[in-house]
Design a protein around this ligand. Structure first.
Ligand code: PGA
Length: 256
């Protein structure tokens, strides 16, 4: 069966202008149109969501998501944006629990509330988990397990069609492509995540669940990461650049 990889782009707080945002988005769209087997989910800063979502019209493999949402529906929460507001301006996905937000105090309990608010609004959550560092005693595995359990607590098997897990080891984010996680280790982690999920949800659902890898993915490592038991990639820097996003999508399209 031909692969249908998902390439999710986390633009973080980039680019600086609407014109640049449009240019990167259109480069992504052109690449998707050229490569029929790839799906792209572009997650720009909030301010660009509405405009870019209008540029997805008529495309089945191109989506716009946000990088965060708040768990309440409305009210006195200065600076926050609700899942409902995101859905209203055309977002279909939302990244929840990115390590850069966890570094600002987001916990698995908060992630859980945000997932539930996204589910209520029909958004697909891209739920980020990942250890800060690896220890030889394997404590990082318990951390991943508990992160999954707490984040998905109360999420039903039927809701899983609206969940994508993004495994992003914090130590591999923002580095060079060479320092990204090794495919063998990623393969093991993907199996570990599926095993953990198969307890509450059963093996068939756990194995259907899309898992993305994120952390210093660039055009030269796309193929090896996609060959390591995951359905796609969550790409940071390389997704927010006209040239490299096209290269990443092209590499994903030809990955075996
Ligand atoms: P990076 O970021 O690809 O720039 O390492 C990935 C991420 O933080 O999602």
């Amino acid at each position: 069966m031909k692969r249908k990889p998902i390439i999710a782009g986390n633009w973080k707080m980039n680019p600086g202008t609407r014109d640049e945002a449009r240019a990167i988005f259109l480069a992504t769209r052109r690449a998707i149109e050229t490569h029929e087997n790839v799906t792209a989910i572009v997650c720009p800063p909030f301010v660009y969501v509405r405009e870019l979502a209008t540029l997805t019209k008529g495309r089945r493999r191109l989506f716009v998501g946000a990088q965060n949402c708040f768990f309440e529906t409305h009210g006195a929460y200065t600076g926050e944006v609700s899942a409902g507001q995101l859905a209203d301006v055309g977002a279909s996905h939302v990244i929840i629990g990115h390590s850069e937000r966890r570094a600002m105090g987001e916990t698995d309990e908060i992630v859980n509330k945000k997932i539930k608010s996204a589910l209520r609004e029909g958004l697909v959550s891209i739920v980020c988990i990942g250890e800060k560092e690896r220890d030889s005693d394997g404590h990082y595995l318990s951390l991943i397990r508990s992160s999954l359990e707490v984040s998905l607590s109360g999420v039903s098997g039927a809701d899983l069609s609206k969940i994508i897990i993004a495994y992003e080891p914090v130590w591999a984010i923002g580095k060079s492509e060479r320092e990204a996680m090794k495919p063998h280790d990623l393969h093991e982690m993907a199996i570990f995540i599926r095993k953990t999920l198969s307890k509450p949800y059963g093996t068939p659902l756990a194995f259907k669940m899309p898992i993305l890898y994120g952390g210093s993915v660039g055009p030269s490592t796309v193929a090896e990461h996609l060959g390591a038991g995951v359905e796609g990639l969550l790409v940071g820097r390389a997704s927010a650049d006209v040239k490299s996003v096209a290269e990443v999508i092209e590499a994903a399209a030809s990955a075996k």
